[in-house]
Design a protein around this ligand. Sequence first.
Ligand code: FES
Length: 157
Amino acid sequence: MAKNIFTQENFAKLDEVIAEHKGQKGALMPILHEAQKIFGCVPLEVQKRISEALNMPMAEIYGVVTFYTQFTLEPKGDYVIGVCLGTACYVKGAQKIIDKIKELAKVEVDGTSADGKFSLVATRCIGACGLAPVLTVNEDVYGRLVESDVPGILAKY
Ligand code: FES
């Protein structure tokens, strides 16, 4: 990704956020949320800064960042497409939906398209099994999908 996210300005914002939360119980989560917003992701360089400021081991921070899907190690695209691969969705053909998105948006699972427009992630059950198979684009939810719905959905973005 060409855009430099490691600007002094971004790190200064991060330092402010850290200063605000430091010393509070459970400070890590809100700091990571803000970091994700500021940088568009929480890469190792950012984790290192947080680790030093909070005096918390890198491994612990890395564990949290990689556990929660709202945090990413690399910048996400403008639109994040999540395809549910929970059991109900999987049984109803979620894999075919993923394959179609990969083909049309030119994006790999856990990757971002070269133009920075779409990222694709496979998610766990999002609790809309009645609508299986389900996909989300940022905040929008689409259900009862068939492969031929994919072009129309992508065209909206
Ligand atoms: S399995 Fe996809 S919403 Fe539940």
